[in-house]
Design a protein. Sequence first.
Length: 597
Amino acid sequence: MLNEILPDNMHVCVGCKEPIRIGASVCRYCGSAQKQSSWSKISNILKWLGGIVTVISLCIGTVTLSRHYIAWEEKRVAVSELINAAEWLEKSESYSQAWQVYEEALILSPGLSEIRKGQYQLARRWLRDFKVSNKRANEILNRITVVLYRSVNEADKQELSTILAHIAWVQVIRARYSLAASADVDSLFERALRADPNNIYANAMGAHWLLRKNIREITVADVKSVELMFSLALKGGMETKYVRQLQLDYLTKAGFESGHYKGELRLAILSAILNTFSFMMTSGEPKPGEYSRRGVLGFYGGSDGSGENVEASIDMLPAKDHLKVIDWLLFDLDYRLERSRKGSQIKYLRARLMEVLGRSDDALDAYRALMNSTFTSKQLDQLVNNSIERLTGKLPARATARGYLDDPVDESDLWGFHSETLAKFPLSKTSKNYRQAFDYFTAIVNEKSLRAADLVALFPSFIEHTTVETISRSNQFDRIRTINAQVILIYARALKIVEKPDAVIAALSDAWQVVDEMEGRNMGLLRTVLYELSIAYSARAASQGAQEDIISGVDYLKQFIERGGVKNGVASWGDIKGSAFVALRESAEYQSLIRGR
């Protein structure tokens, strides 16, 4: 604006804006040059270019940072989604897939504590329900072990105890898969308990291990230690289901292994199981599985339902609680109470508990029902008899009746006792009384007693008894045929004493038919019958001179020799050449048999 009002030969200074003459190169007022140099122009251009480059760089940087942020956000979201997926897979017990998802998350973010913590929690939970193929077990257990060791924090004693217990549990699982141990199990559990004596996992897993490693060699002290450890594990009220699972698993196994335990140890295990079930029932815990219930119910006696531990168990719980526990265990369980010896054993236990509670009438009814059951053992029958006597003052009639199996011998009437045995003993069962009767009557005939005539009168009924049994019980063919032949042999020897040679041969022929049907499955008895037949024919030939008897005598003697009679000591060559075979000496075949002997 100032230039417009100045004379034509004047203009303002570029620096101080004072009027100066046109064409002046320097202002007389401020000394500023009135024209730009080439370098000045270049400098100005460079300044502008620098500004432009800066603006462009800022734009590019902004875009790059934006891209990095977007990539970081996408990774964060992806990791979060993977963690969430792994947690859901863990909740659905898909542990293997959950583990793989955590591995993918670690690839995206190797140092993220949230991933490592989640994988550690998964490792613990997976170990408590570890089910993989044998092929994969070693690799997976090794990876889990690394995760557990990586999580060790010695400052937190409770967490340290938990981790050490789970590392020890890895070794227990390795043993289950027949894999070599990679650490000392006992040492790990000891360190875990030192770190935190009340730790749930150190106590529960350690107790389970104590039972597992010594299942055939546990002591009463072991059982009591295990009871205390499980009690400590349950005290906090956490992981109750898992602790019970560990507790019942091997206590029940001990129940099924009860045949290996005797006396005080068996009772200690039974007491531990009963106390466990009683607590579970009263605290409203879920009922144990069928396997566990059968284990404890079977522990009251042997596999034959003998009831041997019933009396000792009475004081393990108050009778009222004990009865409730038994009914609680039996509910919805098909234990065949009416159709098995073990069922009868439990029925006896219930009756005994009712008796202790003062319910004498109910108990007596239960005892009498058992007395009429066919599913009882001899030992349980005796317990029932004693219980009835305890309540009524006298033994039931069956207790004094003969069973013909293992009755005490009546020394005042041996003849009558053993005669009754042979007439009535059940061949379906092994009878000690039969063996006693056999020995008794064998001694009579061997001594050529005057009572041989009485035997001749008695034995036909004994033979008939064993023959009928033989026919009706063909499933026990050999054993009953043997008894039948033995009874006939005694009869034949008695006939020989009273000098009835024809009857002797007839009886021995019957015995031969019986043993021959056994097709060589009782060679000792077969040789005896052959030898006695050869003697019987020789004796009759000596008295009657019948050539047929000589031929038969030699034939049976030949069979006796061929079937190893001499070799097995039934008779010697001296016996064969002795007076019993005088009638056969003229036989060429007999001479051939004894030649060179």
